[in-house]
Design a protein around this ligand. Structure first.
Ligand code: GLY
Length: 301
């Protein structure tokens, strides 16, 4: 079949200053994944490399560009899920790692575990020869200024100094063999307590994939997303509706109505059709839908 991929760069109050870089970052991530798919790569490889390209892009809160915790640390969460085997791999609160999603993939493929956290995750990344990168490399712009101020004074500015929040990146892909996969990665929420883990690395919440239905990746405020298991909820709606946009809309309605949550979700179904929905002011996404030939990169409002 013709492959498809959809990516998101977060659902939040994306400021005008980040609109263009977010759109071009999502477009480039979708193209990276799609090029891999048409050259025969698996859905897992395409989803992971699309997310890795957004982790390398400081416009997004994942990998380079991640937000700072209350203790001046960068603690990142990521997951990958394979819809064929139903296996997943995840890291949570991992530090000093440029591409947490690649470590998550390694955990899925090389261990019997589903998730490693904190020091243990970093030790695994070291053992697998993933390059360590210092906190100053992961922090950019406002977050780097914040970190330098923290090192100088021992005091971080508080959240009230900032407008809007930042969020999560993700990708969902279906490959030529009709297998689906998804991946999600985040720096979490700004000024979080060290050790706080949100939805992104939790199976069913930040991502879910099942070859019988499709694959989904979520973004938004993690605590509420976990309450409604947003990605699995979106896949469950898709199983009934066979309409990815409609399934995403129903899942976001559940998030909104049941827990007053804010977020977005993207999906690709096993037929290669993509869908999105969000209830935040803006959401950045891009897709290449092989079955229709449609391509788009945009900020949805
Ligand atoms: N969705 C990202 C987080 O809450 O950590």
């Amino acid at each position: 079949m013709k492959p498809s991929i959809i990516v998101h760069g977060g659902a939040w109050n994306i400021p005008d200053s980040l609109v263009q870089t977010s759109i071009s970052g999502c477009e480039s991530a979708a193209e990276t994944g799609y090029d891999l798919l048409v050259s025969g790569a698996t859905a897992v490889e395409a989803a992971v490399e699309a997310v890795a390209s957004m982790e390398d892009n400081s416009a997004f809160n994942a990998g380079v560009g991640s937000v700072l915790s209350q203790m001046g640390t960068v603690e990142m969460d990521a997951i990958v899920m394979d819809g064929t085997s139903m296996r997943s791999g995840a890291v949570a609160a991992i530090q000093s790692t440029r591409n947490p999603v690649r470590v998550a993939k390694s955990i899925m493929e090389r261990t019997d575990y589903s998730m490693l956290v904190g020091e243990g995750a970093l030790r695994y990344a070291d053992d697998q020869r993933f390059e360590r990168c210092p906190v100053e490399t992961l922090l950019v712009g406002r977050e780097l200024e914040d970190y330098r101020e923290y090192v100088r004074t021992g005091v971080l500015r508080t959240r009230k100094h900032f407008s809007g929040e930042t969020d999560t990146v993700g990708a969902c892909a279906v490959d030529e063999k009709g297998h689906v996969a998804c991946a999600t990665s985040t720096g979490g929420i700004p000024r979080k307590h060290p050790g706080r883990v949100g939805d992104s690395s939790i199976i069913g919440c930040g991502a879910y994939a099942d070859d019988r239905v499709g694959a989904a990746s979520a973004t938004g405020w993690g605590e509420q997303i976990m309450a409604v298991i947003l990605s699995k909820t979106a896949i469950d709606f898709e199983e009934r509706l066979l309409n990815p946009d409609g399934a995403c809309e129903k899942a976001i309605s559940t998030l909104n109505d049941r827990v007053d949550g804010l977020g977005g979700v993207i999906m690709v179904n096993v037929d290669g059709r993509v869908g999105t929905h969000h209830n935040t002011p803006r959401m950045c996404f891009a897709f290449v839908e092989g079955v229709s030939g449609n391509r788009r990169a945009a900020i949805s409002v």
